[in-house]
Write a protein that binds this ligand. Structure first.
Ligand code: AR6
Length: 175
């Protein structure tokens, strides 16, 4: 049985899925955009858990770009959070595509290995980090389709688009 891929418009924090993915930065200490929205909705215990993870790792490298970390979800309706760090867009010749694909891949594998069957992704790197939305959407959809072949327990993947441009791009790619 293949997983279902769905497109959703709006705020990822309200979704009642097993796990939502956060587009974090490598400090894991919060920020703006979807990261800010997730921390506000989850409450201060999320930052406490992130600070503990950060304290055990090299300064500023709590989660390196392209990696993913699992935490509790606290006041959010989902069960868990995955924090992943997308690449900053520097023109496309600095491994950005591989790093962005790695965010989707590592997040799906982390969900699979923790028994989380439904997962919602924001459009990683397409806000403050400046990744061109068309290129990022193509990588997101292709990577998720590829990795789902290795994650038999994942039943549902939601792409959550906050802005209209991303929604239109994903609609085209998903048909
Ligand atoms: N629900 C779903 N998507 C959202 C929401 C929301 N509530 N809010 C924004 N988006 P960004 P990045 C979309 O900037 O580019 C933070 O400061 C937004 O429209 O959140 O990966 C971190 O701490 C965009 O399409 O993340 C990092 O420092 C997408 O989420 C840095 O930003 C990603 O935009 C990460 O930058």
């Amino acid at each position: 049985m293949g997983a279902v891929i769905e497109l959703v418009q709006g705020d990822i924090t309200v979704l009642d899925v097993d796990v939502i993915v956060n587009a974090a930065n490598s400090s894991l200490m919060g920020g703006g955009g979807v990261d800010g929205a997730i921390h506000r909705a989850a409450g201060p215990l999320l930052l406490e858990e992130c600070a503990k993870i950060a304290a055990a790792r090299p300064a500023g490298h709590a989660c390196p770009t392209g990696e993913a970390v699992l935490t509790g979800a606290y006041k959010l309706p989902c069960k868990k959070l995955i924090h992943t760090v997308g690449p900053v867009w520097h023109g496309g010749r600095y491994g950005e595509a591989e790093l962005l694909a790695s965010c989707y891949r590592k997040s799906l594998l982390l969900a699979e290995n923790n028994g989380l069957k439904t997962i919602a992704f924001p459009n990683i790197s397409t806000g403050v980090y400046g990744y061109p939305k068309d290129k990022a959407a193509a990588i997101a959809v292709q990577t998720v389709r590829d990795v789902l072949a290795e994650t038999p327990n994942i039943a549902r993947v939601l792409f959550v688009c906050f802005d209209r441009e991303n929604l239109d791009l994903y609609r085209q790619l998903l048909g």
